[in-house]
Design a protein around this ligand. Structure first.
Ligand code: NAD
Ligand code: DAU
Length: 340
């Protein structure tokens, strides 16, 4: 069956990795990438796909109905149209500085997409969400798909809003929707405002690494390729109306992560600098991914020991990419966030 997959946010970190994976694993699919190219979107991430038959880019904003219509127009002609929704404002610290862009893109933008997908009879809508919708855990336990939604940041509250709109579209209109909720990703093309690329970039330049609070917060790190494969499994095999948690059983305290990265780079721990904590900082995330493992047969292929060196090597070989994405606007954000 001929297939077109509309991907929103394909010029960002996970979206671009997903598009590279589709080119490799589903080479016969047509792919339409709808992206507004915010500070986090970068067509350089997709240079290898430009000009590839079946791939098209639509420069547009998911909050604007006419832009979304252009993406659906490009998708016309296949027997089935699928949609994978990555586009979002994604950085917690930015949502603390200013929440409104998060509500506009993450909440309103998702509803605009749902309306268009329903109008055009899209066969499946996969909404890429986050474990942050569940809030924070104590020292033990895991998030399951039944954990109550208790978001704590403007970012996670806006993602929760979008999850609920997707749930409502399924329940009210019978739309075929699947929601995925993943833990922290790392890998190529991640914007260096996020902790892992930030520490690789800073340490490589012998700059200090800002650790929030006591550095004892726990995150569950998953290699981005594993996340992308899980989303493909949800797209092709997930049950309509279901939520699937995605995680790698790889919990780590932030401070231990920094020490590992410094060790791998041969840099001293004296680069660690404790800074003011993130307001409302969630203490611990940990995912129970047994549902997607048992029902869809997905499991991560990369261990942290394998994928951290791959990631570090990728950033080390991408000097010009890093320089370009850390342009003037990013430097202003960095000064606002960390001072100086
Ligand atoms: P990102 O910030 O790197 O990329 C977001 C992309 O969306 C960019 O290309 C940007 O240009 C685009 N975009 C933003 N606003 C838009 C708009 N209004 N219209 C069209 N495009 C717009 O984000 P990411 O880290 O790749 O995350 C992708 C998705 O995965 C998000 O929905 C995020 O909530 C979710 N997620 C991320 C992680 C993670 O660890 N990064 C983990 C779980 C879930
Ligand atoms: O859990 C999934 C989420 O992971 C995604 O939904 C988000 O889009 C993604 O950004 C990520 O959110 P986090 O807030 O966990 O990621 P971040 O890289 O910003 O921070 C990771 C941890 O490191 C967190 O506990 C805050 C801490 N941190 C972060 C930065 C940027 C620091 O200590 N210092 C820093 O400078």
């Amino acid at each position: 069956m001929s297939t077109t997959c509309i991907v929103t946010g394909g010029a960002g970190f996970i979206g671009s990795n997903f598009l590279h994976m589709l080119a490799e694993l589903r080479p016969d699919w047509r792919v339409v990438n709808l992206d507004a190219l915010t500070y986090a979107g970068n067509l350089e991430n997709l240079e290898a796909l430009a000009g590839r038959p079946g791939y098209s880019f639509v420069h547009g904003d998911i909050t604007k109905g006419e832009d979304v219509e252009r993406a659906f127009a490009s998708a016309k002609g296949s027997e089935r149209t699928l949609l994978v929704h990555f586009a979002a404002e994604s950085h917690v610290d930015r949502s603390i500085q200013s929440g409104l862009p998060f509500v506009l893109t993450n909440v309103a933008g998702t509803q605009v997409l749902l309306d268009a997908a329903r109008k055009h009879g899209t066969q499946r809508f996969v909404h890429v969400s986050t474990d942050e919708v569940y809030g924070s855990l104590g020292a033990s336990g895991f998030f399951t798909e039944d954990t109550p939604l208790q978001p704590n940041s403007p970012y996670s509250a806006s993602k929760t809003g979008s999850d609920l709109l997707v749930r409502a579209a399924h329940h009210t209109h019978g739309m075929d929707c699947v929601i995925t909720r993943c833990s922290n990703n790392y890998g190529p093309y991640q914007f260096p405002e996020k902790f892992l690329p930030l520490m690789i970039a800073n340490a490589s330049a012998d700059k200090s690494i800002p650790v929030y609070g006591d550095g004892q917060q726990v995150r569950d790190w998953l290699y981005v390729r594993d996340h992308c494969e899980a989303i493909l499994a949800a797209l092709e095999k997930g049950k309509s109306g279901e939520v699937y948690n995605i995680g790698g059983n790889n919990e780590m305290k932030n401070l231990d992560l920094v020490k590992q990265v410094l060790g791998a780079l041969g840099k001293p721990e004296s680069l660690i600098t404790y800074v003011k904590d993130r307001p409302g900082h969630d203490r611990r995330y940990a995912i129970d991914a047994s549902k997607i493992r048992s029902e869809l047969g997905w499991s991560p292929r990369f261990t942290f020991a394998q994928a951290l060196p791959l990631t570090i090597r990728w950033y080390q070989s991408q000097g010009p990419w890093l320089q370009r994405v850390t342009s003037g606007a990013y430097r202003e954000y960095y000064a606002r966030q960390y001072g100086g």
